[in-house]
Design a protein around this ligand. Structure first.
Ligand code: ATP
Ligand code: MG
Length: 240
């Protein structure tokens, strides 16, 4: 296969509730290489989360082609995704059990490595989700996602619920993980400064369509579309 992308989609259309409605995604194409971090921005309701769900296979496109190698997803509300009655250790074992890793020692070794990768001390394995901070819980979510050995990590507003200092820590963790593991990342966010800090390229969506896509420096310093300019200036990023 001559395809340098680990996640790509061509001309996606997607409509909620049957084709009589207006499509939420219209002719959306997206391409991410391994090790690349692509930012996805655009106003609320523009279709970012819908695109994420189509890429991970949670939603099926009306038409178009999706090829996304082993995607894993993390999102804003990590707490609600963790079973409160189980310890972090149990939850991480369970992820691997579901993947068919039967040997307990093999699982333990993997868990130790993954805790190290997300920079959490092994003592947290004995704790329940409610005993962790938001940032620590997001690290656990990242660990759970990585245990599936994804090639693509789709992160939908993964730091929006965290305070600024913790946001920075999680963002730099994502950057290190992407570099070390050659992991492709789709980073969805409203925070244009964080996107600039983290991403290599940035894609802008509006009303279900991609309006502009470029390297981050081109997009931020030389935006072509009025919508992109407006988005940047509403974030206080104005070069003129
Ligand atoms: N389950 C659903 N059923 C019907 N319509 C939906 C559903 N989920 C989302 N929509 C609609 O699809 C459009 C795109 O929603 P989506 O959640 O993808 O936007 P978004 O860009 O992620 O927004 P935000 O930045 O607020 O997270 C919106 O108009 C939304 O109301
Ligand atoms: Mg969303």
């Amino acid at each position: 296969m001559i395809n340098e992308y680990v996640c790509s989609a061509e001309k996606l259309f997607f409509t909620y509730g049957g084709k009589k409605n207006k499509p939420t995604l219209e002719e959306v194409s997206i391409h991410i290489k391994s090790g690349e971090i692509l930012g996805l921005v655009g106003e609320s309701g523009s279709g970012k989360s819908t695109l994420a769900k189509v890429l991970t296979g949670l939603l099926k496109a009306d038409s178009g082609k999706v090829e996304c190698n082993k995607p894993a997803m993390i999102f804003q509300d990590s707490y609600s995704a963790l079973n409160p009655a189980k310890t972090i250790g149990w939850l991480l074992h369970e992820v691997q059990r579901l993947q068919g890793v039967k040997d307990k020692e093999v699982r333990e070794e993997e868990i130790h490595k993954i805790m190290d990768a997300v920079e959490l001390d092994d003592t947290y394995l004995m704790h329940y989700p409610s005993e962790l901070s938001g940032g620590q819980r997001q690290r656990v979510m990242i660990a759970m996602a990585l245990l599936a050995k994804p090639e693509v990590l789709i992160a939908d507003e993964p730091v929006s619920a965290l305070d600024v200092t913790v946001q920075k820590q999680i963002v730099s963790l994502l950057k290190r993980l992407s570099h070390k593991r050659n992991l492709a990342v789709l980073f969805i966010s409203h925070d244009l400064r964080t996107v600039y800090e983290l991403c290599d390229r940035v894609m802008v969506m509006k009303n279900g369509k991609v309006v502009e896509e470029n390297t981050k420096d081109e997009l931020y310093f030389n935006p072509k579309q009025d919508y992109t300019k407006a988005l940047l200036s509403s974030a206080g990023i104005d070069w003129e």
